[in-house]
Design a binder for this molecule. Structure first.
Ligand SMILES: [Zn+2]
Ligand SMILES: [Zn+2]
Length: 213
């Protein structure tokens, strides 16, 4: 959980009576989440500012963001991100669930819960395109961490909005990045800060186990 997550007020509750009844029964497997942000589809009179647009590789999944600037942006170097993204680290931009809107709701999306190792929508979970498997986001309980690589941002000034403020789980890193940004051993604001490596001493450690965790 990020600091932003903790600071957020719970989203407004618009549960109908029937949905509230369903929520009271823990054994009832309901699809209530599909009617809430970010999966609910637009109602006729609803206005949603489409500031940014993005789609997966096969273009079956398309979404819009109504917030110009993410609440935060970070690089995550944790082992889960390394394996699930097939990359040395992951780049995520934090938004409210209400800032995000999928063209077809939950249709065409695949979910994966890393704790259970199950492909179901249990938060927090990884969300990807069910067809081409492009990673879309990490969905938390209140926030979403979008993977901005697919967001169409042309203007260099606007690209700066998505520039990460820090590195998290840097202790598990594959590669040193000497960018002067804060580097947390675990979660930001909730772990220790690590020293930046001098530029001339940077090394990539693919194939060797440098991690001392
Ligand atoms: Zn796709
Ligand atoms: Zn991670």
């Amino acid at each position: 959980m990020t600091k932003q997550d903790q600071q957020q007020k719970p989203p407004q509750d618009h549960m109908s009576k029937s949905r509230a009844a369903a929520a009271e029964d823990p054994n009832k497997d309901n699809d209530d989440w599909k009617s809430k942000p970010p999966y609910r589809t637009t109602e006729k009179n609803e206005h949603f500012d489409k500031i940014w647009t993005a789609h997966c590789s096969c273009e079956r999944v398309k979404y819009w963001l109504s917030r110009e600037k993410p609440l935060a942006s970070k690089y995550c170097h944790c082992r889960d991100c390394q394996s699930l993204h097939g990359a040395p680290f992951q780049w995520a931009a934090v938004f409210h669930k209400e800032d995000l809107h999928f063209e077809k709701g939950a249709e065409g999306l695949a979910f994966y819960n890393t704790a259970d190792k199950q492909t179901h929508h249990k938060l927090p979970c990884k969300v990807s395109c069910a067809y081409c498997h492009t990673p879309i986001m990490d969905e938390g309980r209140k926030m979403v961490l979008m993977f901005p690589g697919i967001i169409k941002v042309e203007d260099p000034e606007h690209k700066k909005y998505f520039d990460p403020q820090c590195h998290i789980f840097y202790k598990q890193r594959i590669v040193d990045i000497s960018d002067g940004k804060p580097k947390w051993t675990g979660l930001d604001e909730d772990s220790d800060l690590m020293e930046d490596v001098e530029a001339e001493n940077i090394e990539s450690v693919v194939g060797r186990d440098k991690v001392d965790s």
